[in-house]
Design a protein around this ligand. Structure first.
Ligand SMILES: Nc1ncnc2c1ncn2[C@@H]1O[C@H](COP(=O)(O)OP(=O)(O)OP(=O)(O)O)[C@@H](O)[C@H]1O
Ligand SMILES: [Mg+2]
Length: 591
């Protein structure tokens, strides 16, 4: 018996899922309970209406007592009005609670999303993120509340109706309830099938969202490469998949409703057969019989539409599963309990025998040893895909190294709190990300406490002040999603201004000057030179001046340090740098 109870509790997903969701329900438990309790009389009133049929039949139809006929219609309408008010109130409360729970879950999921490390985002695609962090929360919470409500109101309605059945004829009740038992087996078969299809459906829907996203973000590429047909086909394929999954679902589950119908009719047939015998033999009145049949119909009717409801229930349970999968994720990069705040970098940043791989088994950095002294500029040069951007990403600990350590003043950055580490570093990326909003808002993201004067100083240093002054709306100009309304050079300079106001002692620059024409390159260069003054700089350099003036040049080829030294030294060495220099820089003059 104990085992059986345990088994039901483990297997009963309603109970399990409710337990898991409890922390999110808890703050609103009173309203949730009230909303659900109100469904008790709603269900139970079903029984009351059926119950009236017996006295009506017996007293009015058989005994011809007219005063009953006056009372009963009023009672029936009265009960239905009460039921209506209760339904309204409980729907209101349940929606309120479901919304609150959804928002609670979404906030928690979003906080989790923000805590995940860069590698997680590298591996995920935008559709999956949208689906799992937003849709699932909705499906889970709304589903949970609705299922709870549905389940409880059905339960109470069934209890009251079964009460009516037993009251009117226990013999017939036994038959009716036994037939009800036949419903269980087909439902378990369907559940297994559904789970499989629903999981595939989620994958499919996530992919659809990714396509929308890429169509949005990549619309220029699509147009210029005339990829419309390719994307249309891709979309057609996934929507075909959507269709076939939906049909599979119908095929796999929709036989449930007709089957229920057949089982029901068997139940009704048995009851009518046995009922006639009981009436004839005088054991029940015809009123008993009519009330019984009415209650039986009410009991069976909801089961007719069980097919669709069941899909919804399983859907929300699977959504809950997925939510908890996410909530149980742990970011691989975490502050340790003993991590310290970094206040100042006194001596240097160093790489100590660093090995790194993005994908297990494919090492992209091999045994990197490197010192970046405070106040100096270190330039990274080398072949494309050699690992320069990767090295720069390890300093703010966007990824963790597999072997060796990145150190600040001799201590591993894993012992420093991530936030305090990153506060010391301003980054200008190869592909800068600007957020939708105004120029001012984007600069403030670098430092929310920037005053007007500092802001203009930053704009001036980023060679952007003339441009902003010339805009009719100045600092309040909207720059569009991802800064799409700005030119490439303006975007870059805005990113530089954002880095300026952060005023961090360490600056990491991933130069992307190749994207710019000569004139804007010169302007961006001036902005970058301004940003580099009096700071510790790690620069991935493509520009001659930066390279030549650097305190140290490090040549990274295929994940290894090939050479390092000053410009003249490396030229004299006549090795990798000299080759790169003559190939890349020989036609260019310092600006
Ligand atoms: N997020 C990632 N996941 C897996 N592999 C990656 C990732 N980012 C880069 N790589 C791989 O790591 C290697 C080093 O890339 P990295 O971006 O550091 O090169 P780079 O020296 O900056 O090149 P470039 O000069 O072209 O910018 C490349 O082989 C690249 O394919
Ligand atoms: Mg790079």
């Amino acid at each position: 018996m104990k085992k059986l109870i345990q088994k039901t509790f483990n297997k009963n997903t309603l109970v399990i899922n409710f337990r898991r969701m409890w922390p999110y329900v808890k703050p609103y438990w009173f309203r949730a309970l009230l909303g659900i309790l109100l469904t008790i009389p709603v269900g139970a009133l079903d029984g009351a209406v059926a119950m009236f049929l017996k006295p009506f039949m017996d007293k009015v139809m058989v005994d011809k007592q007219p005063h009953f006929s006056a009372l009963i219609p009023f009672l029936i309408v009265g009960f239905t009005i009460v039921q209506g008010v209760l339904i309204y109130t409980s729907n209101y409360l349940n929606t309120w609670v479901a919304q609150k729970i959804t928002i609670g879950v979404k906030r928690k999921l979003y906080a989790k999303l923000l805590s995940m490390d860069t590698a997680y985002f590298d591996k995920s695609n935008s559709g999956t993120i949208l689906f799992r962090y937003s849709n699932d929360a909705e499906m889970a919470s709304t589903g949970l509340v609705n299922n709870m409500k549905e389940f409880l109101s059905r339960l109470f309605s069934s209890v009251s109706l079964v009460g009516v059945l037993i009251y009117n004829s226990w013999q017939l009740a036994v038959i009716a309830v036994a037939v009800l038992g036949l419903f269980i087996y087909p439902m378990t078969i369907v559940r297994k099938k559904m789970k499989e299809i629903l999981t595939k459906t989620v994958g499919n829907l996530s992919y659809v969202m990714t396509i929308y996203n890429e169509t949005f973000a990549g619309n220029k590429t699509i147009r210029s490469f005339t990829l419309e047909e390719t994307f249309r086909q891709r979309f057609e394929e996934v929507t075909n998949m959507t269709f076939s999954l939906a049909m599979k679902m119908v095929k796999g589950t929709n036989w449930l409703s007709p089957l229920m119908h057949i089982i029901m009719s068997i139940g009704v047939a048995l009851v009518i057969g046995a009922g006639s015998y009981l009436i004839v033999s005088g054991r029940i009145s015809s009123g008993n019989f009519v009330a019984f049949i009415a209650a039986l119909m009410m009991l069976y009717t909801p089961l007719k539409s069980i097919g669709n409801k069941y899909v919804n229930i399983q859907n929300s349970f699977l959504a809950i599963d997925r939510i908890f999968e996410i909530l149980n994720l742990e970011p691989t990069i975490k502050d340790s309990e003993t991590s310290k705040e970094l206040r100042e970098i006194k001596k240097n940043i160093s790489f100590d025998h660093v090995h790194f791989e993005y994908v297990p088994g494919r090492e992209v950095l091999h045994d990197i040893n490197l010192e970046i002294p405070v106040g100096k500029t270190v330039a990274l040069v080398g072949n494309s895909g050699g690992g320069k951007t990767t090295i720069s990403a390890l300093i703010p600990r966007l990824y963790d190294v597999q072997k060796g350590a990145v150190k600040i003043d001799g201590s591993d950055i894993k012992n420093i709190s991530q936030q305090s580490l990153r506060k010391q570093i301003a980054m200008v990326f190869q592909d800068n990300f600007l957020f939708s909003g105004t120029i001012r808002e984007n600069i403030l993201l670098g430092n929310p406490n920037t005053d007007e004067q500092t802001m203009w100083k930053a704009l001036k240093s980023a060679c952007l002040d003339d441009f902003v002054k010339g805009l009719p709306q100045g600092l309040e100009t909207e720059i569009g999603e991802r800064g799409i309304l700005l030119s490439g050079g303006q975007k870059q300079r805005l990113a530089i201004a954002r880095a300026f106001v952060k005023n961090a002692p360490v600056v990491i620059l991933d130069e992307a000057t190749s994207a710019l024409d000569n004139k804007s390159e010169r302007v961006v260069q001036e902005a970058l030179d301004n940003l580099m003054k009096n700071r510790t700089v790690i620069v991935i350099a493509h520009r001659l001046t930066t390279v030549q003036n650097a305190d140290k040049i490090v040549v990274i080829n295929d994940g290894k340090i090939a050479e390092e030294g000053k410009h003249e030294e490396l030229i004299k060495l006549n090795g990798a740098y000299a080759a790169l220099y003559s190939m890349q820089f020989k036609d260019r003059r310092p600006a």
